[in-house]
Design a protein around this ligand. Structure first.
Ligand SMILES: Nc1ncnc2c1ncn2[C@@H]1O[C@H](COP(=O)(O)OP(=O)(O)OP(=O)(O)O)[C@@H](O)[C@H]1O
Ligand SMILES: [Mg+2]
Length: 240
């Protein structure tokens, strides 16, 4: 569904990604694991059009989207819940979520029932229901994180990129976010997931890639990675 081939990307003169290839098959959850600064967020930005790749090829459903602007990529069906939330602070919670459906309002994506989907997104995150008319800028960090996920889902996407969806959340809410990811997977939603909780990410994922200094060091089924001694030692908190 989403394929990344030999992608090079970076900022100004610095190259961060030195030719990475990732395949996210339809209906699967693929996780990208790596240390701070490895290039996980950069990968997502280069895929969703927040930055322009230097070379390589990205396709969505067989169509090339490499280097297109982010709005066009969203219309093609790729939703990105970015690291650090990025909600619109002076808009209400409900309006922030609706904005995710913008390409559906303009009919550049199939319209469907936007109001029903808004209710569904809210119901997935009950804390947002109570805060429907509150300005997004006044939400707690964790609530903003949930809002960013709900907004991404409103595109009715073919593929969702989730960059650290549990960041800043209290443990009980981290669990809630993983339950939601599991539920979305059950609905057949294709996801590329970056998570600080690598073990939990491998539990929900089908397949994983380990990114080290802008290169894919290892990849394999989630089970294989969970049992790989080097992966365990470096990313899963020891060898036990
Ligand atoms: N806007 C930017 N301008 C310049 N350099 C950047 C920018 N954003 C990230 N970088 C650099 O690119 C490298 C990769 O960063 P990136 O955010 O992709 O890492 P990451 O794997 O997502 O890390 P983390 O786990 O901390 O989120 C880092 O060295 C970082 O300093
Ligand atoms: Mg990051």
């Amino acid at each position: 569904m989403l394929t990344i081939e030999n992608l090079h990307a970076g900022y100004d003169k610095t190259e961060v990604l030195h030719g990475i290839s990732i395949d996210v098959p339809k209906g699967k959850v693929v996780t990208l694991i790596g240390s701070n600064g490895a290039g996980k967020t950069t990968t997502m930005r280069a895929v969703s059009g927040m930055i322009r790749p230097r070379s390589g090829r990205v396709t969505l459903g067989g169509k090339e989207i490499t280097g297109q602007d982010s709005f066009r990529i969203a219309r093609a069906g790729l939703a990105h819940s970015p690291e650090g939330r990025r909600v619109f602070p002076t808009l209400s919670v409900a309006d922030n979520i609706r904005l995710g459906a913008f390409p559906r309002y303009t009919r550049s994506r199939k319209r469907g029932d936007i109001d029903a989907d808004l209710d569904k997104a809210m119901e997935m995150f009950p804390r947002l229901i109570e805060r429907r008319d509150q300005l997004a800028g006044t939400l707690s960090g964790g609530e903003q994180q949930m809002l960013a996920i709900a907004r991404a889902l409103m595109l009715n996407p073919e593929v969702v990129l989730l960059d650290e969806p549990s960041m800043g959340l209290a443990p009980i809410l981290v669990e809630e976010v993983f339950n939601i990811i599991r539920r979305l997977k059950g609905e057949g939603i294709t996801m590329l997931l970056v998570e600080q909780f690598a073990a939990a990410a491998l539990d929900v994922a089908d397949y994983g890639y380990v990114l080290e200094n802008g290169r894919i060091a290892v990849h394999g089924s989630a089970d294989k990675l969970k049992n790989d001694p080097a992966v365990r030692a470096a990313y899963l908190g020891g060898s036990h």
